[in-house]
Design a binder for this molecule. Structure first.
Ligand code: CUK
Ligand code: CUA
Length: 639
């Protein structure tokens, strides 16, 4: 089965390296822009876009919200990184969201957002996104557009496989892109083969959206890349791509690309769920943070959990199989019917499409090519539905339009290719500028895609916009896919690297979007809900100051009795009850944070005055004609 590295692969690797280098020649062809493109993306002043698009910010750790078709950026939602604009991750209320078993991690690497589903259709309750570096998954409310929960994934190193949800939002999975000792231990790196593992984590989600680690599958030590849940008939299964099935510990000689085929792991999670319910699995030690933001107290709490349930896949009958898939598959995408599983072999020109129904038959007939890892390997031909030939170079990801077509990105040849799901014939191809990674069709990975627009999310920007020095934003391109051919309508810059995105018709969430935090629902421990409740309380050298804001003054605005060496807590409540009237709070010399407080909210920062004097604080958000007057003084005396 093992064939050693071929010339073709070497050639392709050459192209991979090349494609990251110089593409200026490609820039001269600007692509066919439709003549009335401007009209078709124009959203008149005051009008709203038709779709929300949530773009991962990649190494920014955050999620950005865009309107489609305009490409206007509406908001950046901080998730895994501190965010100066609103103090997320700095304020006392939100800093616990970034706690991990390693301590506070202030900057993350976010990859794949996915919207919750009911019966396989987008329901617009929450959006989930993974963090790759210090493995975590976040849940963001689509009512408040705020991060409500973050769970760390223990025994994972590079949670790249998430955050795809099953069709009734039962589970989210997390993989491990790097195999590791499981549990972690001190071990010689060259002892990796056979000793490192690839634990896959299944996180259950309850009706309130709360995440809870249900079990971890003790899988062989491969690199688990991307995943996708089944749907329709294949609901109950989860598929993961793997690479480096060679279990090489160094990539210096492209050791991880020797096998002609790696695997897509097919996992029947319903069977394992039952096995676990029946008392299967073994509890092992773990250490991971679980952080929850409570909207009543407006405060996050972080808990360190200590146990996880480990399941040996060999002990659950007919639950886990490997489907050989050529050339280091990256994306692993299931079509809306649930029948086709598309393996995007990134060192290939072809796409391998597996059939779910054929896979079930092959399992029944025990059509296996051995079980080298204690897990049955299905015969390659037995699950093959077809091959998309000459698609392009370096396929990465596939999405679907719900009209029988699939769209695959090709990184090396820098294009999006449309092909038919029945005939596997290529129907159209459009260049992308440059080096497309993921693509997104709203609902394009659910049972009900909205096949009107597609965006390609490009890795390299080069000359697409006015030059901004060596560092450029990434770039997205909007295509109209409602006709036979894809039509390029618009380019727009993205913030951070948009690995993946999730889109949804605006109507589904617009009406649910919350406008205000009501003061009568504010259960913050340090809230002052009217000016008469403002006060200063001292406990040793800790001083709690309860402040309020309303246009356009702080109450109180003159504070005395503070000493050098004190630890001063400013608890600022915004008494406004008008939509979109925040106040800011900035204190001279405060070295940790400023605050932005929305109406009805309370937020806290700590200030440790170092020097005697009379020091000002002021509002940072232009809130009224008297905004410049919104200020105060604090007197600091010697010890
Ligand atoms: S990975 Cu970025 S292009 Cu994280 Cu989804 Cu494939
Ligand atoms: Cu409040 Cu400016």
């Amino acid at each position: 089965m093992k064939r050693y590295i071929s010339l073709t692969i070497l050639g392709i690797i050459g192209l991979i390296l090349q494609s990251c280098g110089n593409q200026d020649s490609a820039s001269k062809k600007s692509g066919a822009i439709t003549s009335n493109a401007a009209e078709r993306v124009y959203v008149a002043p005051g009008e709203h876009d038709e779709y929300y698009a949530f773009l991962s910010g990649g190494y920014s750790g955050n999620l950005t919200v865009y309107g489609l078709p305009s490409g206007r950026m509406l908001k950046e939602i901080p998730v895994f990184s501190q965010f100066p604009t609103n103090g997320y991750g700095y304020s006392e209320e939100t800093a616990p969201m970034l706690n991990t078993s390693f301590g506070m991690v202030p900057w993350g690497d976010a990859h794949h957002p996915d919207i919750s589903q009911t019966n396989g259709e987008l329901d617009g309750r929450w959006i989930f996104i993974n963090e790759n570096n210090t493995p975590r998954i976040a849940r963001i409310s689509l009512e408040t557009f705020e991060t409500e929960e973050i769970i760390e994934i223990p025994h994972s190193a590079g949670n790249h496989s998430s955050a795809y949800v099953t069709e009734n939002t039962e589970y989210i999975v997390a993989g491990t892109r790097f195999s590791i000792p499981y549990p972690q231990e001190d071990m010689a790196i060259d002892k990796m083969k056979g000793n490192f593992k690839g634990p896959l984590t299944f996180i259950a989600i309850n009706d309130e959206g709360r995440m809870n680690i249900d079990f971890q599958l003790d899988m062989p030590g491969f690199n688990y890349d991307l995943s996708h849940p089944g749907r329709g008939d294949s609901h109950g299964w989860f598929f993961f791509t793997t690479y480096n099935t060679e279990e090489a510990h160094t990539m210096q000689e492209v050791n991880a690309s020797q096998n002609d085929k790696d695997f897509i792991a097919a996992i029947n999670w319903k069977k394992i769920q039952q096995y676990v319910k029946d008392g299967g699995g073994e509890e092992i030690d773990a250490k991971y943070a679980h952080n929850v933001f409570d909207h009543h107290t407006q405060t996050a709490t972080s808990t360190i959990e200590k146990k996880v349930l480990r399941v040996d896949p060999r002990k659950v009958e007919d639950a886990v199989f490997f489907m050989p898939t050529p050339k280091s598959p990256h994306g692993c995408d299931v079509d809306p019917s649930g029948e086709y599983i598309v393996g995007n072999g990134k060192l290939s020109t072809n796409l391998t499409v597996h059939s779910f129904s054929k896979m079930l038959k092959a399992i029944e007939n025990k059509d296996f090519d051995g079980d080298a890892y204690g897990i049955p390997i299905l015969n390659f031909e037995s699950t093959l539905a077809g091959t998309v030939k000459e698609g392009g170079l370096g396929p990465l990801h596939t999405e679907f339009d719900g009209k029988g077509n699939a769209y695959t990105t090709f990184f090396i040849s820098s294009e999006v290719v449309k092909w038919n799901l029945k005939t596997f014939e290529v129907l159209d191809r459009q260049p992308s500028y440059y080096s497309v990674g993921h693509l997104m069709i709203p609902g394009g990975n659910s049972r009900k895609p909205f096949g009107k627009y597609m965006i390609s999310l490009n890795k390299i920007t080069k000359d697409r916009y006015l030059p901004t020095g060596p560092e450029l934003e990434h770039s997205a391109q909007l295509f109209d896919i409602s006709g036979d051919k894809m039509e390029l309508l618009l380019d727009f810059p993205t913030h951070g690297e948009p690995h993946y995105a999730a889109g949804i018709p605006a109507e589904i969430i617009k009406s649910k979007s919350r406008k205000i935090y009501r003061l009568d629902e504010n259960e913050h421990k340090y809230a002052a809900k009217q000016e008469s409740e403002t006060r200063m309380e001292r406990d040793g050298n800790e001083v709690h100051i309860y402040l309020t804001t309303v246009r356009s003054h702080f109450s109180p605005d003159n504070l005395e009795g503070i000493k050098v060496g004190d630890k001063v807590y400013f608890h600022v409540t915004n008494l406004e009850q008008d939509f979109d009237v925040p106040h800011g709070f900035a204190m001279i010399g405060a070295n940790t944070s400023e605050l932005l407080i929305m109406p009805g909210q309370t937020k806290t920062i700590i200030w440790e005055p170092k020097r005697e004097g009379v020091w000002p604080f002021y509002c940072t958000d232009f809130c009224s004609a008297l905004h410049q007057e919104m200020q105060g003084y604090i007197r600091v005396s010697g010890k």
